[in-house]
Design a protein around this ligand. Structure first.
Ligand SMILES: [Zn+2]
Ligand SMILES: [Zn+2]
Length: 374
C-alpha cells in the first residue's frame, strides 16, 4: 500500500507531465514490447515493470483519471483505497490494435488454441516443350525458387536453443476479446498475429520467418501424349508450410510448340503431301515423314486430290494408356504450271483422249484443297 503511493506514472513511462496522447502511446508501447511477459519468461522484475507501465498508461490515457491523478496522486484514481493494484489484466487489444492496424472481427466461433499451421503457397512453372516431346514424353529438370523450412531453427523461427512459447496475451487462442459497447469483439491477437505462439528471440537465418528461399532443381517427367496447356502437379514441391503446415504444390504448365507440318487433332496427326498428276493417275510409292522418320506410302492409281490415307498407330500415344492415334496423310494433286511446249502438246493429246465432262463437286472438298495450297 505504501509503495504504491510513491509510484510516479509519468516516471514509469518516462514522459513529461505535459505529454500528449500520442507520446503516451508511443512510450507505453515501447515499454510493453520490452517488458512483455512473453519476451521475458520467468522474469518477475520485467513482469512488474510491465504491470506498472500498463497501470500508468491506463490512468494517463484516460483524461478524467489523468486529471484526478495530477491533482490527488494515486489515491485520486483508486478512489482513496490506495489499492492501486494491477486490475487483473489491462486490455491491450485497443492500443496494440491501433499500432498493428488489425481488423475487427465479430466475436464468436473461434475458441481453444489457435491453429498455428499455415499451408505453403502453390507454385506455377511454365515450361515450353517441342512438339515431339509432347508426343513421346520427356524427362527434364526445372529450376524453381521456393520457401523451405529453415534448417537453422527447424521451422520454429526461434533462435538456436530457444523455442516459441505460448502467447500470454491471448493464452494461445490467437484472438483477444474485449467489450465494445454491446458487442464482445474478438480480434486477431496483435502480439502473436493469431498464431497463439510468440518467438522471443528470432532465428538469425530466417529472421523469425521460419522459412528461407532456396533454389531447387525438380525432376520433371512429361508423359507421352500430353497436350498444350497440360498441368503436371508435383505434390508438396511448392512453398513449405509454416509451423507444421503442409507444403504447397508445384504445377508445371506445358506449352507445346507447333510443328512445321504436322497438325495435331487429339491423338491423330494430320499432314498433306503434294503429288503430281502422273503420280495420282498412274499410282506411285512416295516417301513421307512420320514422327519416327521416313516411311513409304503407296498411292494407288486413280487417286483423287484430297484423298486421305490413314496410317494406323503412327499418331500420338494415348496419355497414360496403351495405344496410339493415327497419322492421316492427305494427297493433294498439283496442277503443273509453266509448261514447256513439248509438255503442253502431251497434255493436249491426253485431253483430247479423255474428253471433257464437268460435274458438280462438293464445296467442302474444294475449300479443303484451297487451304492446303495456301
Ligand atoms: Zn497471442
Ligand atoms: Zn530460422
Amino acid at each position: 500500500m505504501a509503495n504504491v503511493a510513491h509510484v510516479d506514472y509519468y516516471e514509469v513511462l518516462s514522459v513529461s507531465k505535459d505529454c500528449d496522447e500520442q507520446e503516451l502511446k508511443t512510450a507505453y508501447r515501447k515499454l510493453a514490447m520490452r517488458y512483455h511477459p512473453d519476451r521475458n519468461p520467468d522474469n518477475p522484475e520485467a513482469e512488474e515493470r510491465f504491470k506498472q507501465a500498463s497501470e500508468a498508461y491506463q490512468v494517463l490515457s484516460d483524461p478524467q483519471k489523468r486529471a484526478a491523478y495530477d491533482r490527488y496522486g494515486v489515491a485520486g484514481v483508486n478512489g482513496g483505497t490506495g489499492a492501486g493494484g494491477f486490475p487483473g489484466g489491462v486490455d491491450l487489444g485497443d492500443i496494440f490494435g491501433d499500432f498493428f492496424g488489425e481488423m475487427f472481427n465479430v466475436a464468436g466461433g473461434r475458441s481453444g488454441r489457435a491453429s498455428r499451421a499455415q499451408r505453403g503457397r502453390d507454385i506455377r512453372y511454365d515450361l515450353t516443350i517441342e512438339f515431339e516431346e509432347a508426343v513421346f514424353g520427356k524427362e527434364t529438370t526445372v529450376s524453381i525458387k521456393r520457401m523451405d523450412v529453415c534448417a537453422e531453427c527447424r521451422g520454429s523461427g526461434a533462435a538456436h536453443g530457444k523455442s516459441a512459447s505460448t502467447c500470454q496475451q491471448c493464452g494461445g487462442r490467437g484472438q483477444v476479446r474485449f467489450q465494445q459497447g454491446f458487442f464482445s469483439i474478438a480480434r486477431t491477437c496483435p502480439i502473436c498475429s493469431g498464431t497463439g505462439q510468440v518467438v522471443i528471440e528470432p532465428c538469425r537465418t530466417c529472421h523469425g520467418e521460419a522459412r528461407v528461399e532456396r533454389e531447387h532443381t525438380v525432376h520433371v517427367k512429361i508423359p507421352a501424349g500430353v497436350e498444350d496447356g497440360t498441368r503436371i502437379r508435383y505434390q508438396g514441391e511448392g512453398d513449405a508450410g509454416r509451423y507444421g503446415g503442409n507444403a504447397g504444390d508445384l504445377y508445371v504448365v506445358l506449352a507445346v510448340k507447333p510443328h512445321a507440318y504436322f497438325e495435331r487433332d487429339g491423338h491423330d496427326l494430320h499432314f498433306a503431301v503434294i503429288i503430281s498428276f502422273p503420280q495420282a493417275a498412274l499410282g506411285a510409292e512416295i516417301a513421307i515423314q512420320t514422327l519416327e522418320g521416313e516411311t513409304t506410302l503407296k498411292i494407288p492409281e486413280g487417286t483423287q486430290s484430297g484423298k486421305e490415307f490413314r496410317l494406323r498407330g503412327k499418331g500420338v500415344p494415348y496419355l497414360n494408356e496403351r495405344g496410339r492415334g493415327d497419322l492421316i496423310v492427305q494427297a493433294v494433286v498439283e496442277t503443273p504450271k509453266k509448261l514447256t511446249k513439248a509438255q503442253r502438246e502431251v497434255i493436249q493429246q491426253l485431253g483430247a483422249t479423255l474428253g471433257v465432262e464437268n460435274r458438280v463437286a462438293s464445296r467442302g472438298l474444294l475449300d479443303k484443297m484451297k487451304d492446303l495450297f495456301n
